[in-house]
Design a protein around this ligand. Structure first.
Ligand code: CMC
Length: 434
């Protein structure tokens, strides 16, 4: 590659020929070689398993500097957003591009309230899932079902209709999430109420019941807001890429979000928050020492990995994890002092960070390492942790879906492969096959 930063092209020497490839740049110093014409001009493809070095789009939503541990949403630092904003403000920021004025926020909240109920016919769906169904399975299926109950968003739709679809989705996902929990414990659904804010409503739908008085604690509401903000977007992660991938085919927004939820479920992505707490419980139950756990995590013959550790982009401490750890300490101090799982988590982090295996690979705690412990202290069961991640990530998915459709450079996502199977074979009739 040409190292002259003023040169807008890169040189590729291949088969004795020189090819000039266009360079493209982001607004914060990132640079990339444009490979759009690589195959047509050179006959070669780019090979990048896991898309580790592939920028699939230009995006103005979120900036991550994984070396320095920086995370900005529409230019604002994550720490500032967590400290000063409600989740709804951050959702508005991601989707509309600017922080809302008071009037815009009130209008947004009004729409969220109006659209929070589910079509009554959808209630019966919940009853048909088996006991113990994972709420992520219910969530993804119910979200795609929304497309058959509510008018499909057309790409040429006006701003007003778009606002309705977006708020409908934000608001109904919260209702579906709470209903799926109520279904799993066999309790009656609690409807959303105009009296409560977004997070307060969610806690109320989760934890109130006809036989006990419940009023969400202001502290819990504030923590919920912060946790959802921490998850609100993270540029081209696997679930956002799934949303963009499905969206690139022209599928409707509900279908795309459902795909994002499925991608998020995996333990290497959003499912890690549940996996971390399960790992900590296993350590407790089996009486493992942190040394034993770290040894297992380092052994490539053992499939065990230290859940909540490592990240594709962050090669320093994940700024979300830093905030989550502080929140965790504060919440646990108030709600569950002396929780043995927290002590194990702290000891495990300290031990791993001193180990050359983790140092050499630059593996640090990620956002999922401490969040499960906070959810647990707030009373959420483990199976709901990834649902909470999905609730938080929804504005990001929507923002990326919108941005993709407004981007003239985007086309159907259709990667290539290096075929490694057999060459053309003569056909063998079934009676001659051995
Ligand atoms: N425990 C032990 N070894 C690890 C871990 C871990 N958690 N993470 C990475 N490694 C090792 C890996 O074995 C490899 O070693 P080597 O170079 O000797 O083969 C090296 O570090 C590089 O790992 P990688 O798998 O090539 O890295 P990746 O960028 O493909 O994977 C990751 C990133 C997050 C999937 C991975 O670090 C991991 O599996 N972490 C545990 C699951 C987790 O916490 N996921 C949540 C991610 S953050 C929130 C989110 O996106 O939802």
């Amino acid at each position: 590659m040409n190292d002259n930063r003023s040169d807008p092209q890169a040189n590729l020497h291949l088969d004795g020929k020189n090819f000039r490839l266009e360079m493209v740049a982001g607004s914060m110093g990132d640079r990339a070689v444009h490979l759009g014409k690589l195959r047509s001009e050179t006959g070669c493809m780019a090979f990048d398993p896991g898309m580790a070095n592939t920028a699939i789009c230009r995006s103005a939503i979120t900036f991550v500097d994984g070396e320095k541990g920086v995370l900005l949403h529409r230019g604002y630092a994550i720490a500032d957003l967590v400290e000063h904003c409600s989740f709804i403000e951050v959702a508005y920021l991601l989707i509309h591009g600017t922080l809302p004025t008071l009037e815009q926020q009130q209008q947004f909240s009004r729409l969220l309230n109006i659209h929070s109920m589910l079509h009554e016919d959808m209630r019966s769906f919940f009853g048909n899932y088996p006991e113990g169904a994972h709420p992520m399975a219910v969530l993804s299926a119910m979200v795609v079902s929304l497309s058959s109950f509510y008018p499909e968003l057309r790409l040429e739709t006006g701003k007003e209709e778009m606002n309705i679809t977006v708020t409908r989705l934000l608001s109904k996902l919260r209702t579906i999430a709470a209903f799926s929990y109520k279904k799993s414990i066999g309790e009656p659904f609690v409807y959303p109420s105009y009296k409560f804010s977004y997070c307060e409503n969610f806690l109320n739908m989760m934890f109130s019941s006809p036989v006990s008085h419940y009023r969400a604690d202001a502290y819990d509401v504030a923590i919920m807001n912060k946790l959802l903000i921490l998850h609100a977007d993270h540029e081209q992660n696997a679930s956002t890429t799934a949303v963009r991938m499905v969206g690139s085919t022209g599928a409707n927004l509900y279908a795309c979000i459902s795909a994002g939820i499925c991608a998020l479920w995996g333990a290497l992505h959003g499912g890690a928050n549940q996996a971390v707490v399960e790992m900590l419980e296993r350590i407790q139950q089996q009486g493992l020492t942190v040394d034993q756990v770290v040894t297992m995590a380092k052994d490539h013959n053992d499939p065990f990995r230290l859940m909540g550790f490592g990240h594709r982009i962050y090669k320093s401490y994940d700024p979300r994890a830093k905030i989550a750890k502080q929140l965790c300490m504060a919440v646990l101090q108030k709600k569950k002092p002396n929780d043995p799982l927290v002590a194990t988590a702290l000891a495990l982090e300290e031990r791993a960070l001193q180990d050359s295996y983790f140092q050499d690979r630059r593996l640090y705690p990620n956002v999922d390492f401490y969040t499960g412990l906070i959810y647990r202290a707030l009373g959420f069961p483990k199976e709901m942790f990834t649902v909470l991640f999905a609730l938080g990530r929804l504005p990001g998915w929507i923002a990326h879906w919108q941005e993709m459709h407004q981007d003239p450079e985007q086309k159907i996502m259709r990667p290539r492969q290096l075929y490694t199977g057999p060459g053309p074979l003569p056909f063998v009739p079934i009676e001659e096959r051995s």
